[in-house]
Design a protein around this ligand. Structure first.
Ligand code: ZN
Length: 332
């Protein structure tokens, strides 16, 4: 017997009732004042839709309602009355569950890549031992020298001047990073700057030549220091290499330094810093300029000059839209 509620069709009152489908294809309804015994063919049984209560409608407008969908299905199946229609309903349910599960996995994966992975990478980057950080930085520079960079043609005295500027800027930070300025001609990269793990900052000759004020270069250096302090390059590498690299990073396996460093040029030049990372580096640069009593317009001027030059394409391909970052109308 299937338990449910009976509505006589005249009043809204519900009465507890029990329904049975007999092998004789007769419907028996009991527990009510006037029990019913009618042919299955004379009632209409609603289709199964999720967990909505099933309705058995009698031809005089009375209805029996039950939440026990499985029992109704089982009874119909026993009679062979479920048939093709019921199988479709079943299929639809399975398909809907499968589709929902698939969508769930897709959404979870997307959320993980968008939010989980960057967070894990940031956490793992904090646990990377300094020796591994340094190994990735110096190996990464070797690879960049082979592929993207050429020796600087700036006069030695000018190079020394710039190195002293970075040293003067970074020493008071005492943040544990071994800051080191490397000057290179940029081949196809044009005016550009990169922050490698462990504190190696690469400036291209072209960027140095583009600057019209020493503080514009300082603004770029401050931006790159921001990237170093937030360990952005390492985070991008770990994110890029995914979960396996995260695990290795946490375990501190020095053997992975080479495999991570190989990806550094790609990550720095092609994969781009995320907008969040640029914002963090920009925020550091602007705050540093403020603290030093230097004009923030040096930062804007340099950014806008980078965006306006012939090499804008190369620079912009490694940086997010400028409109978010500098007010070019103001500095012109
Ligand atoms: Zn940047």
């Amino acid at each position: 017997m299937i338990a449910g509620r009976f509505f006589d069709g005249r009043t809204s009152a519900a009465q507890p009732a029990w329904l049975a489908l007999g092998a004789d294809r007769m419907v028996r309804l009991e527990g009510i004042a006037e029990p019913r015994y009618v042919p299955l063919a004379s009632v209409r049984i609603s289709d199964r839709i999720a967990d909505i209560p099933r309705r058995v409608e009698f031809d005089d407008g009375a209805t029996f309602e039950t939440a026990d969908n499985d029992a109704v299905d089982a009874a119909l199946d026993a009679l062979g009355a479920g048939g093709f229609g019921r199988r479709i309903v079943h299929w639809e349910r399975r398909w809907a569950i499968a589709a929902a599960a698939l969508a769930g996995v897709a959404i979870a994966s997307w959320l993980f890549v968008q939010h989980g992975l960057p967070r894990l990478a940031a956490a793992a980057a904090q646990k990377v031992p300094p020796s591994l950080d340094a190994a990735i930085g110096s190996e990464g520079l070797v690879i960049m020298d082979r592929t993207l960079l050429a020796p600087s043609k700036l006069p030695a005295a000018r190079q020394d001047e710039l190195r002293s500027r970075l040293a003067a800027m970074s020493a008071p930070l005492a943040d544990g990073h071994a800051y080191r300025l490397e000057l290179r001609r940029g081949r196809g990269l044009g005016p550009n700057a990169f922050a490698l793990p462990s504190g190696i900052i690469v400036l291209t000759d072209e960027l140095v030549e583009l600057a019209q004020h020493e503080d514009e270069i300082a603004a770029v250096l401050a931006h790159e220091i921001g990237h170093v302090r937030h360990r952005h390059a390492l985070r991008m590498l770990l994110q890029d290499a995914g979960v396996a690299a995260l695990a290795f990073a946490v375990l501190g396996d020095i053997g992975t330094a080479s495999s991570l460093a190989v990806a550094l040029p790609v990550v720095l030049v092609q994969a781009k810093h995320s907008r969040d990372m640029e914002r963090e580096a920009d925020a550091f640069a602007r705050q540093w300029l403020r603290e030093q009593g230097l004009a923030g317009s040096h930062f804007d001027a340099m950014m806008c000059r980078l965006a306006a030059g012939d090499d804008a394409v190369a620079y912009l391909s490694t940086h997010p839209p400028l409109a978010e970052r500098a007010d070019c109308a103001r500095v012109r």
